[in-house]
Ligand binder design. Structure first.
Ligand SMILES: [Zn+2]
Length: 170
């Protein structure tokens, strides 16, 4: 189940971490983690997927834009309250953060699964073999057992990720 770790975002990240048992236990866990590193989320809704993070990004964007708007009449060289910085420096930092948030938002929209399935109900490699239901303490097994497929849109996305982020010669 959770035998390794790889991040979906930032999109150009390139590490996969696996426990020795998972690494020695056949190809499925490795391919699953590779899927994450190439932009794939699990096929069910989770904190790591788009919606919750997108909400937080949008709230932060609103906060930063409101600050810029409320202070737009002041000059760059004004010292800002407790920050020990000038307003100009703070504006630069805010604009940098806004650019990062925009980039992440675009990625989230692109990488979000189009359809969500219940956990452990598909043959997909990005699904789980099973999981422990925290409410009922029941172990739910996936009748498809080990994942065997990627879906067409996942192949397309992985291709795009490889071309865009992982194919540059050093
Ligand atoms: Zn996973």
């Amino acid at each position: 189940m959770e035998l390794g770790h790889a991040k979906v975002y930032p999109r150009d990240i390139n590490y996969i971490m696996m426990t020795p048992s998972a690494a020695g236990g056949g190809y499925v866990s490795f391919v699953h983690e590779l899927g994450h590193a190439l932009g794939l989320h699990h096929p069910w809704k989770s904190i790591g997927t788009y919606k919750d993070r997108l909400k937080r990004i949008e709230a932060r964007e609103m906060q930063l834009k409101t600050y810029l708007a409320n202070n737009k009449l002041y000059k760059d060289n004004i010292k800002v309250g407790n920050f020990g910085k000038t307003l100009g420096e703070l504006r630069n930092e805010i604009n940098k953060e806004l650019a990062q948030l925009r980039q992440e938002k675009t990625a989230k929209i692109r990488l979000n699964p189009k359809i969500y399935f219940k956990r452990s109900t598909t043959e997909n490699i990005m699904d789980y073999n099973g999981y422990n239901d925290t409410k009922t303490q029941e172990i739910i097994y996936n009748t498809f057992s080990e994942g065997t497929t990627f879906w067409k849109w996942q192949w397309d996305l992985m291709n795009e990720e490889v071309k865009t982020y992982h194919s540059k010669l050093l």
